[in-house]
Design a protein around this ligand. Structure first.
Ligand SMILES: *Cc1c(COP(=O)(O)O)cnc(C)c1O
Length: 351
């Protein structure tokens, strides 16, 4: 062993879903099957390359202003980042640094423990109940902070505002982060409704799923002025110019088109309802989805076998080889035509 080898900071990185190089039916990373708002393409075409000589606005002001107008949140209560992964990483760095463990569900977005390890934050995974629901009482104890997605991933289960309020009431001494990557697909309201009640609440959302812009890398957070200021101080101590100008312009254009967002979400939700019906007929069970994916388990055929058989047919879904969920598939909602191809393939595989 070389002497410097123990100087290397070692981490086990997050493993994203596969991005195959050839065209397949891609139902494995919860992307949107429809294009972004037409106003995004207009904004991209209108971009003058000469403006790229200059550094972009550090606060991403065009985007922040558009988000402020779209959501009725003050500009100084908005933090933007390069995807919500960037926003969440900054939030972990800013808010989770005590001795006590932060709490998050055992079955959840698998980036949380990666950041906790990277930033050396002690953490405890709190088991979901037998039906994959978060037990709110499990979070009524001393901790160094709380984070959970709502709707949760990969379960697709959403909790209502009272549930989140109860968790906040019992956690007034720490920061509570609600990761709302899938909230637009849910009937439940965003926790941003609670911002006036709780100064220790951070609500994180993304353009990657409902706004069909995963490739643009845009995420944002709403919180009290104090939380947002603290995050900006960390960000400017790390890399001031994270979000490039084209992303700021495209993001602002997308945020200004709330009608298109609603329209896209309606299409995905309609296909999701159809998909759940068909999957049930094929012998799958799943929690009722409030996201753009279904977390399904088959009554006889092991999930891994279905996953591999689908892959051979160029249909990619997500499989997690992990305790408690190794017999589940996370299936992203695609277009109706894509889902029909999935159902045809499943009929053959399950015969
Ligand atoms: C997809 C996802 C994110 C990150 O999305 P970005 O593309 O980085 O904005 C964050 N949290 C959850 C739960 C997700 O599923």
């Amino acid at each position: 062993m070389k002497a410097w080898e123990d100087k290397i900071r070692r981490v086990v990185p997050y493993t994203p879903g596969e991005q195959p190089k050839r065209p397949v039916i891609k139902l494995n990373t919860n992307e949107c099957p429809y294009p972004p708002s037409p106003s995004v393409e207009q904004a991209m075409r209108a971009l003058d390359a000469d403006t790229l000589r200059l550094y972009p606005d550090t606060e991403a002001l065009p985007l922040v202003k558009a988000l402020s107008a779209a959501y009725g949140v003050e500009e100084d209560q908005i933090f933007v980042g390069v995807g919500s992964d960037d926003v969440l990483a900054m939030a972990f760095m800013t808010f989770f640094q005590g001795e006590k463990p932060i709490l998050f569900p055992d079955i959840t977005y698998s980036f949380y423990d990666v950041w906790a390890e990277l930033f050396r934050i002690p953490y405890e995974k709190v088991p979901l109940d037998g039906t994959f629901h978060i037990g709110k009482e499990d979070y009524y104890r001393e901790n160094g902070g709380v984070i959970f997605p709502n709707p949760n991933a990969p379960t697709a289960i959403a909790e209502d505002l009272d549930f989140i309020r109860d968790i906040l009431r019992h956690n007034q001494d720490v920061i509570v982060i609600v990761d709302e990557a899938y909230i637009d697909f849910s009937e439940k309201p965003s926790a941003k409704e609670l911002l006036d009640e709780f100064e220790n609440l951070l609500v994180v959302q993304t353009f990657s799923k409902s706004r069909a812009m995963a490739g643009m890398r845009i995420g944002y957070a709403f919180g009290s002025r104090e939380l947002i200021k603290a995050m900006k101080d960390i960000k400017y101590s790390f890399n001031s110019y994270t979000m490039n100008l084209p992303s700021q312009m495209a993001g602002a254009a997308a945020a200004a088109d709330q009608d298109y967002l609603k329209h896209t979400v309606q299409k995905v939700v309609a296909t999701r309802e159809r998909t759940q019906k068909r999957l049930a007929e094929l012998g799958f069970s799943f929690p009722k989805s409030e996201a753009n994916f279904v977390f399904a388990s088959h009554k006889t055929k092991p999930a891994r076998e279905i996953y591999e058989a689908l892959k051979k047919k160029d249909i990619y879904v997500r499989y997690f080889d992990k305790p408690r969920i190794y017999n589940y598939l996370r299936i992203t909602i695609g277009t109706d035509a894509q889902m029909d191809q999935l159902f045809d393939a499943l009929e053959k595989i399950l015969r």
